[in-house]
Design a protein around this ligand. Structure first.
Ligand code: BES
Ligand code: MN
Ligand code: ZN
Length: 484
């Protein structure tokens, strides 16, 4: 969908959306031939312009029939974004081509937010539907915000860059595992080089040399060779020496390995690379808007398959850090992948901050459902920064504890640790495992996004399927805290 900002309503507009609030709805002089009738009809249908409300009517305007949508907004920061998304979701496949947004006294920010919401909500993946009936195909190709202050267009460039990052994540997450595997994941990210991102890829031989036994153990049952993908963006011109590191779990398919998962729902495990997808999308967003920060994004990419060469429960692997792990359950593979990816990240880039994202545990879905990701941190200030970014970005997080008592639960009789704890506190023991690979002095947070990467029903700014969770959170974290 193409976004524009204009002083006057385009001739071909066939959906006219008006953003109104309780404060201005009664007195707004709708720039329409039938404005008063519209307001009366809406009131008859109990539309009061309250936050989140909407009303659609087909009316004659300019010699043709057009759809008119009223969108109620309140005082919340994201109300205009949600309104834009709501309007788009109502008309996406209705046959109309061009939606406009207007309203009394729209600020530049509100105008950009409305367009942003519409753009985010518009994304869907139809490439594998060859028989989609015409009347189910998206038709709205243009969105124009009318009458907003000039600055809206300047603000828009950053919004568009972040949306591009979200779309990359959704694409990577949506693609099936026969299409996206470690090597093809890397290929799909190569275009970030055009934005000035420096890309480094480690293959299996290089990882063997580095001693990444934990990551490689997970991948050894797959015919798809494992990879590490590193993306570095320095928008400080070398001034900020120690970067912020983002590390993502990229299990391109998780069968569970020899600790095989049950068949029902296993197809979901194509999106077990959601953390890596979010890191790639965040790098695209940050480089796309030329963020004045030094950021590295690292993805640990493997496929977890059962096979004659797969690792067995009880195997002991040696991680790059030198620490040994008894693999009790080959389905607790994400932490094994991250342990080496995180250690390598710290050795290679010396980050001051490190944030990892992973679809790590089913237990986090039991705790938080699909409303928050779980955050775990060794630093209260970083946790607070994430909580704040979560609130303002629309990608919310909720904090969990880390303590010595939880840490003890993963001690092993034969190795330095085992890769699973007891039944209780599964998300916390997973985070404790990761913490054992965080170097002294590094401020670290882990975000368990298992409940957020994929949605079985549509949300405020996404259709059902891949949400793109994490990109807006990380962009906001960097924007509010790490830009000079
Ligand atoms: N990828 C899964 C976690 C997951 C589950 C993500 C459901 C999204 C939806 C992870 O690798 C896994 O299998 N975790 C196990 C850990 C257990 C063996 C300790 C789990 O959560 O059951
Ligand atoms: Mn697993
Ligand atoms: Zn997994």
């Amino acid at each position: 969908m193409q976004i524009s900002f204009s002083d006057k309503r385009p001739e071909d507009a066939d959906v006219l959306a008006f953003i109104v609030s309780k404060k201005n709805f009664e007195d707004y002089d709708f720039p329409l031939e039938n404005g008063d009738m519209l307001r009366d009809t809406a009131k008859l249908a109990r539309f009061t312009a309250s936050d989140g409300q909407s009303f659609l009517l087909i009316l004659p305007e300019g010699g043709k029939m057009v759809r008119v949508i009223l969108l109620g907004v309140g005082d919340d920061e994201d109300d205009h974004q949600k309104a834009g998304a709501k309007a788009l979701s109502k008309v996406q496949t209705c046959g109309a081509k061009h939606i406009t947004f207007e309203g009394p006294d729209l600020t530049a920010k509100q105008a950009a937010e409305a367009a942003y919401g519409a753009l985010l909500r518009d994304w869907r993946m139809d490439k594998y539907r060859t028989k989609l009936p015409d009347n189910q195909k998206p038709t709205v190709a243009y969105a124009t915000v009318v009458g907003a202050p000039k600055e809206a267009e300047e603000l828009w460039a950053d919004y568009a860059a972040v949306a591009d990052g979200v779309f990359l994540t959704r694409e990577l997450v949506s693609e099936p595992a026969n299409v996206i595997y470690p090597e093809s994941f890397v290929d799909r990210c190569q275009h970030l080089a055009d934005l000035g991102v420096e890309i480094t890829v480690l293959d299996v031989a290089e990882m063997e040399k580095l001693g990444m036994g934990a990551l490689l153990g997970v991948g050894q049952g797959s015919v798809r060779p494992s990879r590490i993908l590193a993306m570095r963006w320095d928008g400080t011109g070398g001034k900020q020496k120690r970067p912020v590191a983002l590390v993502g779990k990229g299990v391109t398919f998780d069968t569970g390995g020899i600790s095989l998962k049950p068949p029902a729902g296993m197809e979901d495990m194509k999106w077990d690379m959601g953390g890596a997808g979010a890191v790639a999308g965040a790098m695209k967003a940050l480089a796309g808007r030329k963020a004045k920060a030094h950021i590295v994004g690292v993805c640990g990419l493997v496929e977890n398959m059962p096979d004659g060469n797969a690792q067995r429960p009880g195997d002991v692997v040696t991680s790059m850090s030198g620490q040994t792990v008894e693999v009790i359950n080959t389905d607790a593979e994400g932490r094994l992948v991250l342990s080496d990816a995180m250690h390598w990240t710290q050795e290679t880039f010396d980050p001051e901050y490190m944030v990892d994202l992973a679809t790590l545990t089913g237990a986090i879905i039991i705790s938080l459902g699909h409303e928050h990701a779980g955050v775990f941190a060794n630093d209260d200030d970083l946790a607070d920064k994430l909580l704040a970014a979560g609130k303002s970005s629309g990608d919310p997080v909720w904090r969990f504890p880390l303590t010595k008592a939880y840490d003890k639960l993963i001690n092993s009789p034969i190795a330095d640790m085992k890769n699973v704890g007891p039944r209780g506190a599964g998300s916390i023991t997973a985070a404790q495992f990761l913490q054992r690979f965080v170097k002294k002095g590094v401020k670290w947070a882990h975000i368990d996004i298992a409940g957020m990467a994929w949605a079985d029903k549509s949300g405020p700014v996404w259709a059902k399927g891949a949400t793109g969770y994490g990109v807006r959170l990380l962009d906001r974290l960097v924007r509010d805290n790490f830009e000079s």
